[in-house]
Write a protein that binds this ligand. Structure first.
Ligand code: FUB
Ligand code: ZN
Length: 628
């Protein structure tokens, strides 16, 4: 039996400097307000007055409440660190509106109150339970941050109704949510309140999925879309809508941790392996197609039409964080960082107020006009070249807000005698460990630099397990200046000793630039290489290159890379890479039967998350690899 590991949540951690402090400051100053303003302009908050009538603008949408409560959740994570009365006033006003239209019996969804009240709990695909999940998470976050429990009371009253309707009476037209989310929220509510009924309801939804004939009112493809094609414990491959899938897998991992069930834990591991070995972009993006915003089949990872929704990578990171509580293996934090530092962060502009929904691995302005997914001509969020302030379907902006506000969640976990350091950030932390509370302070230039200094202020016998990322190859660890003795297990260096106040671990990770090839079955990436340094995936943007044909750029793994901290624009400094590359001479012909001469150019690469911040430009992650 493995030691019982506990999550260490962000409230035990204070981000004090470096990369994430800059992000959190930006989000506090800009993003919270920017998302609020857009939601105000688009009627999401007005809708909560619950006074819409036919013919009026801003007809409420079935999942507008989830946008609102996700925004509240994100804002609450910032309030947890720094109270702000004017922000709280805004939230209190929204809570008041919700309290006013909550039904006597606890029901809460504005669409099914003013537009189709007769259709409550009749259509599985209509997101009522998804909204309830986000309500729960928002309510817990706000109560935690401020001590104000009105939203939590609203959420609990609604959950009590859901429990009665779904688990006791079976009076809804379906058994399990069409869009998962409530399951993981219910586990959170169970752990927050200690009330068993919430755990039972979460387990009911998970165990019933794929086993209910009342849910099977759609065809097989739809069942896969909602991960209902099989009972969850039989599912071996990640299928269907990628955000739904990863919220489900996250809840399954919660259930496995809480109940100790081995079979469910094995299922989670199997799904993780399928995703990371066969269905995930090198950027940590998942969901290869806009059709159903879904997974497709093994090794299908197209570049230009990658869907790779921001929310899906956030959900993947949430799943990974749960997995490292089940199984301490560095691959989970490797994957979480891949998703966070690349796709999730690409989801927001460096200015903090514009968003991508999809995160393709290549973009070309001309080609984009004919992009397969744009052919439907319907949705503004289908592959776009510049981030926008709001989408019709605005799930991603508040999701990146809540991720960034709670990013400290990804730093540590703990068992009775071991602290696991998973993702590195500059922060102070107070970690409960057995009877003790361990005070740690971390200093680092991560993700641009591989030097991590972790100092303890608490004397005692315990172990600190430092993750050695798989990309780092070589890692040096010294304690108080002397080489450390440690045991290396599944990507963690276990440092066990009698720690004294002021002891400092210094971990030096090699930040060597790496070129990666994809499995030959990834047909669009054959003959190409992707460049990484540390956890960051790099890309080329047309604006920086000495050629207007970036898809012809060839790089070589034998060429040196110059690593430079430099300004991307007036406001943003980041680490760029420069290397020698080659492009072919231009030709007037469409086809030639002699190889075109190649000329040498300098190629500049920037972190993928920073692309599309300097106007419209072409972009590419996978570059042709020059063999000789
Ligand atoms: O349907 C609710 C959310 O909107 C999903 O999670 C996203 O994929 C987007 O469709
Ligand atoms: Zn989204």
């Amino acid at each position: 039996m493995e030691a019982n590991r506990k999550e260490i949540t962000f409230d035990k951690v204070n981000i004090t400097g470096g990369f994430w402090k800059e992000k959190q400051d930006l989000f506090r100053e800009k993003t919270i307000g920017a998302v609020y303003d857009r939601f105000e302009e688009t009627g999401r908050f007005e809708a909560l007055k619950c006074s819409w009538k036919e013919g009026m603008p801003f007809k409420p949408h079935i999942f507008w409440e989830s946008d609102v409560t996700k925004w509240i959740e994100g804002a609450a994570y910032f309030l947890q660190k720094e109270r702000d009365s004017s922000l709280e006033e805004k939230i209190d006003e929204l809570v008041e509106r919700m309290a006013n239209y909550q039904d006597e019996n606890g029901y809460l969804n504005v669409y099914f109150t003013v537009v189709e009240p007769e259709a409550r709990f009749t259509r599985r695909t209509d997101h009522e339970l998804y909204c309830a999940g986000h309500l729960i998470e928002g309510a817990i976050a706000y109560a935690n941050a401020t001590g104000k429990t009105k939203l939590l009371d609203i959420a609990e009253k609604y959950v009590d109704l859901i429990d009665r309707v779904f688990r006791e009476e079976h009076s809804a037209a379906f058994d399990t949510p069409g869009h998962e989310e409530i399951e993981l929220a219910l586990f959170k509510l169970y752990e927050y309140t200690g009330k068993e009924k919430y755990r039972k309801l979460a387990e009911y939804f998970i165990d019933k999925r794929g086993c209910s004939s009342r849910d099977a009112t759609y065809d097989f493809a739809d069942q896969e879309h909602m991960q209902s094609h099989q009972p969850v414990r039989m599912q071996k491959t990640a299928e269907g809508h990628s955000v739904r899938a990863l919220y489900l897998y996250s809840a399954m991992a919660d259930q496995a941790r809480i109940t100790g069930e081995e079979q469910l834990k094995e299922s989670c591991k199997t799904l993780f392996e399928n995703i990371t070995k066969k269905r995930m972009y090198i950027t940590g993006g998942i969901g290869s197609t806009h059709r159903g915003e879904s997974f497709t089949f093994d090794y299908d990872l197209p570049e230009y039409t990658a869907y790779s929704e921001t929310c899906a990578s956030i959900a993947l990171a949430l799943f990974c964080r749960r997995m490292w509580l089940l199984d301490v293996d560095g691959k989970y934090a490797d994957c979480a960082e891949r998703a966070i530092y690349n796709t999730a962060l690409a989801g927001i502009s460096l200015s903090g107020d514009k968003f991508f929904y999809e995160n393709p691995l290549a973009a070309d302005p001309e080609r984009n006009a004919f992009n397969e997914s744009r052919a439907e001509g319907l949705r503004e969020h289908l592959p776009i070249l510049q981030r926008v302030k709001v989408f019709d379907c605005s799930c991603c902006p508040p999701n990146i807000l809540r991720l960034t506000g709670s990013i400290g969640d990804f730093m540590y976990s703990a068992s009775e005698d071991t602290i696991y350091a998973h993702c590195y950030m500059e922060a102070d932390a107070k970690i409960p460990l057995g009877e003790k509370e361990i005070t740690l302070s971390q200093k680092t230039g991560y993700p641009y630099e591989g030097d991590i200094r972790l100092a303890t202020d608490t004397e005692g016998d315990y172990t600190i397990a430092m993750r050695i990322p798989s990309w780092s190859g070589q890692a040096d660890i010294v304690i108080n200046g002397a080489p450390a003795e440690y045991e290396l297990r599944k990507g963690y260096a276990y440092l066990k000793r009698h720690w004294k106040t002021g002891d400092e671990i210094r971990l030096s990770l090699s930040m060597q630039v790496k070129l990666w090839q994809a499995n030959p079955k990834v047909i669009t990436s054959c003959g190409k290489a992707a460049v990484t340094r540390g956890p960051l995936v790099y890309c080329v943007e047309g604006i920086d290159q000495q050629t207007d044909c970036i898809c012809d750029i060839r790089i070589s793994r034998r060429s040196a890379f110059e690593v430079q901290r430099e300004k991307l624009d007036e406001e943003n400094t980041l680490v760029t890479l420069k290397t020698k590359g080659f492009v072919r001479e231009k030709s007037q012909e469409l086809y030639v039967d002699e190889p075109l001469e190649q000329t040498e150019i300098q190629v500049k690469l920037i972190p993928y998350f920073a692309w599309a911040n300097r106007g419209v430009s072409s972009m590419k992650v996978w570059l042709l690899e020059k063999e000789s």
